[in-house]
Design a protein around this ligand. Structure first.
Ligand code: SAH
Length: 347
């Protein structure tokens, strides 16, 4: 059954309108769903009984069911959820000094085929609906309610390519951003893409305030095409062109993600070429320690090498941050927990 979390407020007004209801019912429903966070329609005491009966017939509320939860020493938690059709996805909760951050998956599996990533081990089965994205947040928010905490930040950086599921991801962002719902500020929502240029342009044209992050990982077409097949479709000059337009038109700072892979993309030369690509843009580079994935042959650059790479970038006029690893004593790399689970089920 479909989840009621699928609807933006506007879509809910239309849907309820078609059912002969007044538009204000949508806001009432939103309050129950996202402020009071109830898990049954029967609790929505200010809605007419007939409407409750109709909603119950067509919709569920929570679309995810917990199968497994791993908690790391630093309290990073990884959730393996099952969806209505039995497929599984992963979600991660991280505790930062700037708040509780949730990393959601946007697809079941992924077709982008980045060679270093565990998500691609399982090909895309399907897109998640907006409600299945929202369900990941709501499940965790309900847990946090017990501690009187809230989901402060959301990153669409789990399994899947958000711009390969554009409409549902946009609806999801509208749901969690709505003032009548969770009201997570647009600047606290980050979408990370591997670089699907037409979708970056479509995103730019909407003038939304969500943050955009780009998985770059290599400063030349030759290397990037080897690591990330998407680069063959949208090479660096097209990608950087679209990003410059977005950043200038929207007055937004971009984040470039760069995982450091030992001996692959982490030399002084790479750092200088990367700086040349980004210098002058309103952007910074987030250097990410690589989470090693079994059997793919890539290794992480050691801490000293990472710091050196950071220095070379800074000396060449590009701002950078060195991210620390979270939850590295659990299966925290994108897709690792799920890949393990699917292997154990199919065995
Ligand atoms: N498809 C989107 C979002 C999902 S991947 C994108 O490409 O941005 C989220 C980020 O995690 C990307 O930057 C991705 O390259 C990175 N990533 C993938 N596997 C990783 C690993 N094993 N260790 C560290 N980062 C990884």
């Amino acid at each position: 059954m479909q989840t009621i979390y699928d609807y933006t407020l506007k879509q809910l007004e239309e849907m309820l309108g078609e059912m002969g209801q007044k538009p204000y019912r949508a806001k009432q429903l939103y309050t129950w769903l996202y402020r009071k966070r109830v898990q049954s329609f029967d609790e929505m005491t200010d809605l007419p009984a007939a409407l409750i009966a109709q909603l119950k017939e067509k919709y569920v509320i929570m679309p995810v069911r917990l199968i497994e939860k791993q908690v790391a020493k630093d309290l990073t938690a990884k959730y393996l959820f099952e969806l209505e059709d039995g497929m599984t996805i992963e979600t991660v909760l991280m505790h930062f000094n700037f708040g509780e951050s949730v990393c959601v998956s946007s697809q079941v599996g992924c077709n982008m085929g980045c060679t270093f990533c565990a998500s691609g081990l399982l090909k895309k089965q399907r897109n998640l609906t907006a409600g299945e994205l929202t369900g990941q947040i709501m499940y965790i928010q309900k847990e946090l309610d017990a501690e009187e905490k809230r989901v402060d930040n959301v990153v669409v950086m789990g399994t899947g390519e958000p711009f390969d599921n554009f409409d549902h991801v946009m609806d999801f962002c509208a749901v969690i951003n709505s003032d009548h719902g969770l009201a997570i500020g647009a600047r606290h929502i980050t979408i990370s893409t591997c670089g699907i240029v037409p979708k970056i342009r479509e995103f730019a044209a909407r003038h939304l305030q969500y943050n955009l992050a780009i998985s770059l990982h290599a400063p030349t077409d030759e290397l990037r095409s080897r690591l990330m097949p998407i680069n063959r479709a949208y090479p660096l000059d097209e990608l950087m062109g679209a990003l410059k337009d977005y950043s200038t038109d929207n007055h937004r700072r971009l984040t470039f993600e760069y995982i450091l892979l030992k001996g692959v993309n982490d030399t002084d030369d790479h750092a200088r070429t990367l700086a040349g690509l980004i210098r002058g843009m309103n952007a910074y580079v987030n250097l990410i320690p690589y989470n090693e994935v079994d059997e793919n042959g890539y290794h992480k650059t050691d801490a000293k090498g990472a710091l050196h790479f950071y220095d070379v970038l800074m000396k060449n006029g590009v701002k950078a941050t060195l991210r620390t690893t979270h939850g590295d004593d659990i299966d925290a790399a994108c897709g690792q927990l799920r890949a393990k689970h699917e292997r154990s089920v199919s065995r």
